[in-house]
Design a protein around this ligand. Sequence first.
Ligand SMILES: C[S@@+](CC[C@H](N)C(=O)[O-])C[C@H]1O[C@@H](n2cnc3c(N)ncnc32)[C@H](O)[C@@H]1O
Length: 169
Amino acid sequence: MAARWEILADIINDRGFKQVAEIGIATGATTSYLLNLCPQLERYVAVDVYLGHIRVMEKEHPNLDLLEMDSVQAAQQIEDGSLDLVFIDADHAYESVMADIIAWLHKVRPGGVICGHDYWQGHPHPLPAVDGVKEAVDKVFVAHHRSCYTQHICDTSVHKNCYVWITNI
Ligand SMILES: C[S@@+](CC[C@H](N)C(=O)[O-])C[C@H]1O[C@@H](n2cnc3c(N)ncnc32)[C@H](O)[C@@H]1O
């Protein structure tokens, strides 16, 4: 088991990924770790309706590209097939996760990865809205027999039944 940013950093560094987007930033915990753990990143697109917490990182990380807006609107600013990895972690309700997957899937180039946080298995999540992640991911990927695997995370105790979902494009 590893924290979500360790799982992501391993994928990014092992595959030499250089163009990454994180959808949903909050205080920037994952953003900060990845910018520091993955020095080869050329562009890190950070999307959130509020990015005030991470504006201070801009000076130290000129590769940080801030899109302070709704995630589906932000996707319209990104060229199709231009990203190596997209990490979806914004609104966890079923409709929102579905909208994010649809909006961002084609931004990933063949050979890249689309993935996300809070794929909850085993027990219901204490916040029912989070169950939308598994429902949407299963509907888009698993039901269509596209490769989708999960990796257990341990970044906080509340995440003990929680996984990162990962799909190779
Ligand atoms: C779970 S937090 C992100 C945590 C972060 N990825 C991490 O690993 O530390 C979810 C974030 O998604 C943002 N968010 C929710 N809905 C959004 C939307 N439609 N567009 C953009 N950001 C959104 C919220 O403002 C919040 O900061």
